[in-house]
Design a protein around this ligand. Structure first.
Ligand SMILES: [Cu+2]
Length: 185
């Protein structure tokens, strides 16, 4: 009862699972979705609940790459700063985040980072980097050692890898059961 193709399949699946799971480890939830309908008006539903950018605020550890995803149907802008400062993008900016696309920025330093959409200024959000949720310990405007946007873009294989891993483990169990004559279950 030699089943070479099956063994090869198992090996391939295991490899894919390992490759997929490896980068998924050490990665926290760090995606911000732009709510559907957020650009409608300043009376959009998400304005009252303060989650036109979801989740808001987002708290991450220093060194985390945050991904903004536009799940809305219109183009938005991700612009660091506050609307009242009238200063868009001194830390990060994506001036035309089309529908379905993403924008990434790696937060190297701790601090509280406000951002907004300059097209729809009622859309505001905050990224808190570090454990402290109070005022930033350092002056973020003077320490703008901005990391390039696409340096550490880790692909998100999480859910897919889990499924593949499950299949691989099941394949292994069946494979072992077959080769050793242990009754299947
Ligand atoms: Cu917008």
């Amino acid at each position: 009862m030699k089943s070479k193709p099956f063994g090869a399949l198992f090996g391939l699946l295991a490899l894919v699972a390992i490759l997929g799971v490896a980068p998924a480890f050490g990665q926290t939830a760090n995606e911000i979705d732009i709510a559907s309908g957020a650009g409608g008006s300043q009376n959009a539903a998400c304005v009252a609940t303060n989650n036109c950018f979801t989740p808001n605020p987002l708290t991450v550890a220093p060194g985390t790459t945050v991904t903004w995803k536009n799940t809305d149907t219109t183009t938005h802008v991700v612009c660091s700063g506050k609307v009242t400062d009238d200063q868009c993008g001194s830390v990060f900016e994506d001036d035309a985040l089309k529908k379905g696309t993403t924008f990434q920025f790696t937060f190297a330093n701790a601090g509280t980072f406000d951002y907004f959409c300059s097209v729809h200024p009622w859309m505001t959000g905050q990224v808190i980097v570090g454990a402290a949720s109070t005022t930033p310990s350092t002056n973020t405007t003077t320490t703008t050692t901005t990391t390039p946007d696409n340096t550490t873009a880790v692909p998100e294989f999480g859910p897919v890898a889990s499924i593949v891993l499950a299949i691989a483990v099941m394949s292994m169990v069946v494979f072992v059961a077959k080769t050793r004559g242990i009754p299947k279950f």
